[in-house]
Design a protein around this ligand. Structure first.
Ligand code: ADP
Length: 248
């Protein structure tokens, strides 16, 4: 596959911490508009991989390209966020004392929001945009509730909405359904499939039922490189994957 056909292109990416390779010649590609799940045991390198993409960690070796030709290793975190790469960390970080609506309003002023918010104001579209996001994240009824009063799952959706409001082209989410109820988990899969209709989404996840529900290609990381890739059914049937997960 050519870099030119990718939204994200990692090739031979190595990150060492005191001689220990957290990423060991990692290569994988995400195509524009694709949703991808990354799975792998603890310590596989999932967090380090996201840190490399967002510019938090510099690789010792390898290529990291965005949109086919932008070398992400040459840009800092703020610049990378401004390119439309959004990242959701595991814990929700919403402003508890503000309403759901106000949180979304603020998000529109975030990293990539400055221009979006000006344009939206100019067009009188900011409210419409927030209303649309509220619908997508299933919080229309809670718009004027303070975020602190939401359930854990709803807070996660709000934070996904805050990123989505900024219209990222590439969105990364770290274990978005951790701590959610089964019903919330199922709705999250639906919500992400909706969001992924017109952008690329990369989800790091442990919950296999959720991964099945996302219904996308899966990349299995192990010891800092790709162990297997394909449908969930395919990678789950892979002897090497079974071995890694059973710890043999
Ligand atoms: P995962 O997210 O898949 O659990 P990580 O990317 O967090 O894996 O970690 C991969 C490996 O790199 C682990 O063995 C971890 O201990 C090590 N590691 C991660 N960050 C650092 C760091 N800043 N210093 C030293 N070792 C690190």
């Amino acid at each position: 596959v050519l870099a030119a056909d990718s939204i994200l292109y990692l090739d031979g990416v190595t990150v060492s911490f005191d001689g220990f390779k957290a990423l060991n010649s990692l290569s994988f590609i995400v195509r524009p508009g694709e949703m991808r799940t990354i799975i792998g045991p603890n310590g596989a390198g999932k967090t380090t991989m996201m840190d490399v993409i967002t510019g938090k960690t510099r690789p010792d070796e390898g290529t990291v390209l965005y949109d086919g030709n932008v070398d992400l290793t040459k840009h800092d975190e703020a610049a990378i966020a401004n390119m439309g790469i959004g990242r959701k960390f595991q814990k929700p970080t919403v402003f508890e004392n503000l309403t759901v609506f106000e949180n979304l309003e603020l998000a529109l002023k975030g990293p990539r929001g400055t221009f979006a918010v000006l344009l939206a104001r100019l067009m009188g579209e900011q409210r419409d945009r927030i209303d649309a996001v509220l619908g997508t994240i299933r919080l229309t009824d809670r718009a004027h509730t303070s975020a602190g009063a939401l359930s854990h799952g709803q807070k996660q959706w709000l934070e996904i909405g805050m990123l989505f409001a900024q219209d990222p082209r590439f969105l990364m989410l770290d274990e978005p359904v951790a701590g959610m109820t089964d019903a919330e988990t199922e709705q999250t899969a639906e919500l992400l499939r909706e969001i992924a209709r017109d952008r690329s989404v990369l989800v790091v996840e442990h919950d296999m039922e959720f991964v099945r529900n996302l219904d996308c290609k899966v990349t299995v990381l192990h010891e800092g490189s790709v162990l297997a890739e394909g449908s969930l059914a395919k990678v789950q049937a892979d002897e090497r994957v079974i071995e890694v997960y059973l710890g043999r």
